[in-house]
Each structure stands twice: as C-alpha cells, then as structure tokens.
Design a protein around this ligand. Structure first.
Ligand code: 13P
Length: 287
C-alpha cells in the first residue's frame, strides 16, 4: 500500500536524516528503486514529473503500476508516490489518479497567487489523505523544458507558504536540477538557516540532489533538510552502464538483444546509485 510522505519525513526530520525522492521513468526504474529500498530497509519516495507521467501514458497508469508492483514484490517499507513539480491541473489529476503525495510548484506565480493555489490544493490533498509539498524560489536548471533561475528563496515568503498547512517545503538555496556547472558556488547555507528558522521546523526539501558533494548534503540535513530529490544521477548511471554493454558488443552475442538482458546492466546501475544515496542520506534501516 502506498503511504503519504508526511510521517516518514517527520521521522526523518526528528532523526536527522533525509529520505530520498528518486524519479521514475518506466518499469525498470520503479523496480530498481523499490527493490533497493526493501533491501536496505529504507523508506522511499518515488517522484514522477508531469513529463514522465505523460511518457508512461498518464498518471493513472503510473499509480496502477506502482501500486501493483509494491504488492507483487512484497515491498513492506513505506513507499510514497509523489508528483514532482506539479502544475495546478497536474496536482488535481494525481489526487484523482491514486498518488499518495503531490508537489504543487507555484514558485513561478506571484506570492499571492502561489498562496491562493497552494491553500486550495492543501485542502483537497488532505481531504483525500495525501501529503503536499510547495515551493518558494524556483530551482535552477532545466526540467521538462522549464528553466528556473536558481533563486534563493525569501524567508518571509517561505514562512507564508509553510503556514498554509503544507507538509514539507522546497526552498531554493542555489541548488539546480541536472549537473552542476564547474563554477557553481555551492549551496547557500546562510539562506537555508534563515529559512529553517522562519518555517517552524517543517521538513525542508532539497531539489537537484545530483552531484551535490557529500559534505554539503550532510550539512543541509543538519539544517533541516529531510527530503532530497535525485533524478539525473540515475539517468547518467543507467546510460553509462547501457553504453558499456553495447560498446562491448554484448547485444550482438547470443540473445544479448533481449530487452531483459540489454537493460539489466542499467537496472543494476540504478540500484547502485540509489543505494549510495540512501547510505549518504542516512535512511538505511529507518523503515
Ligand atoms: P536532479 O535531476 O538534479 O537530481 O534533480 C532532481 C529533482 O530535484 C527533481 O525534482
């Protein structure tokens, strides 16, 4: 059974570790992440962007697949199925489709409109037992064609949004999606500290988990980050392992072209990446 992310993130906040949100793209991704979480006895959040949802033919397909897979694999650790960077319409669609958690990303609206739409969605999500994440200060980088500027969120605005009854808050602190450029200045811990102090100990979310050095991850957790999103890093490790398989000519040997063989190294690579992150985030044995 899927659960909302509220309890697992409160536990993470109080226990000073973070739960990973790993984005899924297909069956292999989902299976790799679920099996790793179970092996490590870790809670896990499966993230689905609107683009990935569309790719998998819709949120209903995703919810049905994840729900059935949790059951078929005998997964007993807490699993939340979460909409990543949802629009207002997308958030409503996921509530209907059977997700257990949503993110409404109103960071590109005026603060007044972000407040109004978040307020409405908090009520709707909570009436159906889902958790809800909101965002202040857009995260930089590109995701599904949307390029954010990598803002540092205003603590006052974070306070406003966090008081609306949301369960966890994403606040920009210089983090960006995708690979970090060589001249990246790192996370803004001063800003994170101010945001943490202004938001009544609400679990904070760090987006753009790919490529953030381990010491910065640990410091962010010590300053209130309880959920860390990772997407690109699984894609990179999947692609590298698949490339290696093909470049070694293995798809040309025997039945190496069989998708169950062709995709196996990439599948194992995702598992290894997820394991590494869960160990770094401290969520192992916290199910
Ligand atoms: P990365 O792709 O940089 O890991 O970011 C993932 C993310 O924040 C999803 O919301």
């Amino acid at each position: 059974m899927l659960v909302s992310a509220t309890e697992m993130l409160k536990k993470a906040r109080d226990g000073h570790y973070a739960v990973g949100q790993f984005n899924i793209n297909n069956l292999e991704w989902t299976k790799a992440i679920l099996l790793t979480a179970q092996e490590l006895n870790s809670p896990v959040i499966l993230g689905v962007s609107e683009g990935a949802g569309k790719y998998m033919t819709g949120f209903k397909t995703v919810a049905a697949m994840v729900d059935a897979m949790v059951d078929s694999l005998g997964i007993t650790v807490p699993v939340a199925l979460h909409l990543d960077h949802g629009s207002y319409e997308g958030a409503k669609a996921c509530i209907e489709a059977g997700f257990s958690s949503i993110m409404f990303d109103g960071s590109h609206y005026s603060i007044e409109e972000n407040v109004a739409k978040t307020t409405e969605l908090v009520e709707l999500a909570h009436s159906k037992g889902l958790s809800i994440e909101a965002e202040v200060g857009s995260i930089g980088g590109e995701e599904d064609g949307v390029v954010g500027a990598g803002e540092v969120a205003d603590p006052e605005e974070c306070h406003k949004i966090s008081s609306l009854g949301i369960d966890f808050l994403a606040a920009g602190i210089g983090n960006i999606h995708g690979k970090y450029p060589a001249n990246w200045k790192g996370l803004d811990f001063e800003a994170l500290d101010k945001i943490h102090n202004a938001t009544d100990n609400i679990p904070l979310v760090l987006h753009g988990g790919t490529g953030i050095p381990a010491d910065m991850i640990k410091k962010a957790i010590s300053l209130g980050v309880s959920k860390i999103n990772v997407n690109t890093e699984c894609q990179l490790s999947f692609a590298a392992a698949t490339r290696e398989y093909v470049e070694a000519g293995k798809d040309l040997q025997g039945k190496g072209f069989d998708p169950r063989k062709l995709l196996a190294p990439g599948f194992e690579a995702i598992k290894a990446t997820v394991k590494e992150k869960m160990e770094l985030f401290g969520s192992v044995n916290k199910a």
